[in-house]
Each structure stands twice: as C-alpha cells, then as structure tokens.
Design a protein around this ligand. Structure first.
Ligand code: MG
Ligand code: MG
Length: 257
C-alpha cells in the first residue's frame, strides 16, 4: 500500500530528514585515515540521541549498529567494526533516524583523503544521477522514469547499476511501498502522486553490476571487488517540482566528497 502523506506528516518526516542530514555531516568531519568504522558509528549514535531521536537502523531487522558503513567494494549494509580507514578509500555512510513516530533515511559516500580519478568520477556521477532521478519525482510521472534517469546517466559514463537493492517509500516504517529501482524504462511502473514520500538511492559500481552477500549476513559487495558508491535522499512527490527533505548542504560546508 502506498501512503499519501499529509503536510503535518511531511513536517515530521522533514525533522527526521534534517537530523539525518546533520548526522551525515557530523560523521563526515571524522572521515580521515586511521579512524575505525566503529568510531564513526559511535559519533552518529551520540549525535542522534543528543537530538532526542533514536537511530533508525539499530535493531531494524536485527541490524546491530546506528550506521551502515560500506567501504570500497561494499555497496551497502556494511556493519561498523575495527576496520581503519585508509587514504584512497571511499565509504558510504547510510543513516536512519526515528523521531515522533516517523523515519529519516539518507546516505552519502565520502572519500578518505585523495582518491584516484576513476573513483572521483564514480562519486560525482552517482551523486549527479541522484539529482537526475529526484527531478522525475513529480506527480503524474512513473517510477520507471526515476530509474531510467539514473541508469541511462550512469551507464553512459561506463558504470553499472546494482539491481538487487532499490529505493523505497518511507513514513511510519523505514521501508514502505513503492519500490524505487535505480534502473528501468521511462513511462513504466506505478504512477507517482503528490504526497508520496520516497527514498531514491542509486548504488553504482565501477565494474560489473553483480553483487553478493557477505558471510556476516548483512554486507553487500561487488562481485568483482571494484568500488561502489551510494547516495540517498528522502523526497516528497509534488505537482510541479519535487521537494527534497534531506540536504547535503551541511556536508558541502565541510568537504566536497
Ligand atoms: Mg539509507
Ligand atoms: Mg533507504
């Protein structure tokens, strides 16, 4: 079932969206060589709780941490641990919150120090594809328009789109209908209506599109071991122009990637 949210509900979703956006920036300050992913998780949990909210991921389906931290070839759902970031790594930081009965969800992929040119292009392309997908979140368009926008842009740059994981509706639960794939045909799929709130989250690989699940039961990694990037916004479908509830403004005040 796809919910259409009232302006009051959207306001609460926006409070969550702003908090996850600020949390990502707070974590971003600490993304430097030598830091463990477990430490980044602690920063996020303290930040979220100090703002009167709860981590949205911790305990969700049994996930053990506040953040999904996915380094290099890990696409998403990486569990924070003792890994120490090193120069040239990239790390997808995916954050969720629960506040006043609704969820927030956003992700950003940071570079650790300097990354090689191909990796830099992956980050830029994936972020740009997110905005292209978001631009299609307008009343009367279809889900396939979003996926087509993301896929056609990323594939034209020589990258590939993960199929097994997709975006989603968000509200009183973190994952609601509809599914929002990052691939598809323009003009296909469910019709978008004003008041739908969805998470658009391209997961884009340098090499093959294929992925596998790690033995920890969570981490999803590329089949060829090449790097993958992930960016995510929470967006309200509106009549003329989508309303992005999350923002990278707090991050961009600190660093580019
Ligand atoms: Mg997320
Ligand atoms: Mg999501």
């Amino acid at each position: 079932m796809i919910h259409l949210r009232s302006e009051h509900e959207i306001q609460i979703l926006k409070e969550n969206a702003i908090l996850v956006s600020k949390t990502l920036a707070e974590v971003g300050k600490h993304v430097v060589p030598g830091v463990t992913t477990k430490y980044l998780d602690t920063i996020a949990e303290e930040f979220i709780r100090s703002h009167g909210a709860k981590p949205g991921f911790k305990g969700y389906d049994g996930f053990p941490a506040t953040l999904c931290l996915s380094v290099n070839e890990t696409v998403v759902h990486g569990i924070p641990g003792n890994y120490e970031l090193k120069e040239g790594d990239i790390i997808s930081v995916d954050c969720g919150t629960v506040l006043n009965g609704y969820y927030g969800d956003s992700a950003y992929t940071f570079a650790v120090g300097e990354v090689d040119a191909e990796t830099a292009l992956l980050l830029k392309t994936t972020e740009e594809s997110l905005y292209l997908g978001v631009a299609k979140a307008v009343d009367g368009n279809r889900i396939g328009d979003i996926g087509y926008a993301v896929q056609s842009y990323c594939e034209a740059k020589g990258f590939s789109v993960v199929r097994e994981l997709v975006g989603h509706g968000i509200g009183r639960d973190m994952h609601e209908d509809p599914l929002v794939p990052n691939y598809g045909k323009a003009g296909s799929g469910k019709k978008l209506k004003e008041g739908m709130v969805i998470c658009i989250e391209p997961m884009i690989n340098i090499g093959v599109k294929d992925v596998y699940q790690r033995e920890d039961g969570w981490g999803i990694a590329t089949a060829d071991g090449k790097k993958s990037a992930h960016f995510e916004f929470t967006v309200v479908v509106r009549k003329d122009k989508p309303e992005i509830l999350t923002t990278y403004d707090y991050i961009k005040g600190i660093k580019t990637y």
